[in-house]
Design a protein around this ligand. Structure first.
Ligand code: ATP
Length: 149
């Protein structure tokens, strides 16, 4: 179905704003507009909320989560960058595995299933896109998502 991807980005950011604010995290976003795309709106919503939720979850008070969305000739690229706890090099290759939860996540109080990123990857790939994570231990995490238009 034809959708406006930039609107989905903005909706998801708006939805997560309250959570970020409650945690004392600044959520900053910037997107090109319009970004017309043929996609499953609900799934992309789920994908973005998962990634934003992680960024907020794994970032301590006072941190920053930055979302940048750019339109290219044949794709849209979204980058979600946080100033959180980061992911250790040992955990990084496994974050897309089902039920995998990193060291820092496992010791956290709030439970999580470890399914979020596995589903996010499935959604990105079903759309012919890609999702990749990059982290310099304790220097935050960056998530890159590419989706064809
Ligand atoms: P849930 O299923 O509730 O999202 P989860 O966050 O543990 O639980 P995933 O979203 O699949 O599961 O993430 C897998 C693991 O990747 C997490 O346990 C965590 O260790 C790591 N991770 C994901 N995003 C981030 C991030 N932004 N910063 C630091 N670690 C992250």
């Amino acid at each position: 179905k034809p959708i406006q991807f930039d609107r989905i980005v903005q909706e998801c950011v708006a939805k997560m704003h309250m959570l970020a604010e409650l945690k004392g995290i600044i959520l900053h976003s910037e997107t090109d507009s319009p970004i017309p795309m043929v996609a499953d709106e609900e799934r992309l919503h789920q994908l973005l909320v998962t990634v934003l939720d992680n960024a907020i979850k794994y970032t301590p008070e006072g941190g920053i989560v930055r979302v940048v969305c750019r339109k290219f000739a044949h794709s849209a690229q979204i980058e979600v960058e946080d100033t959180g706890v980061g992911i250790s090099p040992e955990d990084l290759p496994h974050v897309f595995d089902r039920f995998y939860r990193g060291d820092k996540a496992r010791t956290r109080q709030e439970g999580g299933t470890g399914l979020g990123l596995a589903i996010a990857k499935w959604i990105a790939e079903r759309h012919g896109g890609k999702i990749r994570l990059d982290s310099k231990r304790s220097n935050g995490t960056r998530v890159f998502i590419t989706l064809p238009l």
